[in-house]
Ligand binder design. Structure first.
Ligand SMILES: [Mg+2]
Length: 275
């Protein structure tokens, strides 16, 4: 069930108290869950998708969350091999392709989409490959269940035109079981009903979380914010319209905020242990 859209302006206006309240809720939670997008949220957006691999700082942040007894889930549009290569050594949940597959801590990726349903794949690939050949700088990422057409490095005035033409063509040629999603300088082509909102609800239920904080920067993260169970602490990174309850300006701010609330939890737990 989708909760009603909240009064975003009002909620975001109280950012300072939001921070304190979320820190306190995290400190008290028995089974806290952090659900984080990767690119543009935890890590800065890089010129090419391969260049965004996690820094030592990002790994250390995730490790400190784990050490504080927090369940961590990375929910990304990236494919499973990339997430596994970058973050697979950590005991965290990894959700690839916006919910296409899920790896529990220490486990292996399990498909959430039936690959036999992907009959549209060859047709989509043909159209997308042709578009890449025509637009200098464009790049096609072929994943297990979906495609990402990246146009970050295409001249701005050309990029938007290419993508609107491409979207039209894909919509005409592909069945209803396929959805197009416009992200930041990326067009995603993926099966209907696969989105981060479903992933978030599944994770919250699976971990029986009594505290959920979900953060993201892009339109695909709005699915999380819109479907988040009541009481979820939703956080938008950067500018743009959002259904999230609060906003931080940058990746750096988010990492700083997470470190703060994680350390507040650790302090409280240590007090409990020793005092
Ligand atoms: Mg992102």
């Amino acid at each position: 069930m989708v909760p009603p859209v909240r009064n975003v302006t009002l909620e975001i206006a109280g950012a300072a108290s939001w921070k304190n309240a979320s820190a306190e809720a995290l400190a008290r939670a028995k089974r806290p869950l952090l659900v984080l997008d990767y690119d543009g949220t935890l890590a800065e957006i890089a010129p090419t998708p391969e260049q965004a691999k996690p820094t030592r700082e990002v790994i250390a942040l995730l490790e400190s969350a784990i050490a504080a007894g927090i369940t961590v889930a990375i929910v990304s549009g990236r494919d499973a091999p990339t997430l596994q290569k970058w973050l697979g050594h950590l005991p965290i949940h990894l959700v690839s392709e916006h919910g296409g597959a899920h790896r529990k801590p220490g486990g292996v990726f399990v498909d959430r989409v039936k690959t036999e349903s992907l009959t549209w794949f060859p047709a989509a690939r043909a159209i997308l490959t042709e578009a890449v050949a025509k637009a200098a700088g464009a790049m096609l990422e072929t994943k297990r269940f979906s495609f990402s057409f990246h146009y970050r490095n295409v001249a701005a005035e050309v990029g938007e035109k290419v993508v609107s033409g491409l979207a039209l063509r894909l919509r005409e040629q592909l069945p209803e079981t396929v959805e197009l999603h416009h992200g930041k300088k990326v067009l995603e082509v993926r099966p209907t009903g696969v989105h981060k909102g479903v992933a978030l609800v599944d994770l919250a239920a699976h971990t029986r979380a009594d505290f959920v904080l979900a953060a993201g920067d892009d339109r695909t993260d709005e699915d999380m914010f819109a479907h988040a169970p009541r009481g979820t602490w939703t956080l938008k990174i950067g500018a743009g319209e959002t259904n999230a309850r609060a906003r931080l300006d940058s990746v750096t701010e988010l990492r700083g905020f997470l470190l703060e609330i994680i350390s507040a939890r650790r302090v409280m737990r240590e007090k409990k242990l020793h005092g």
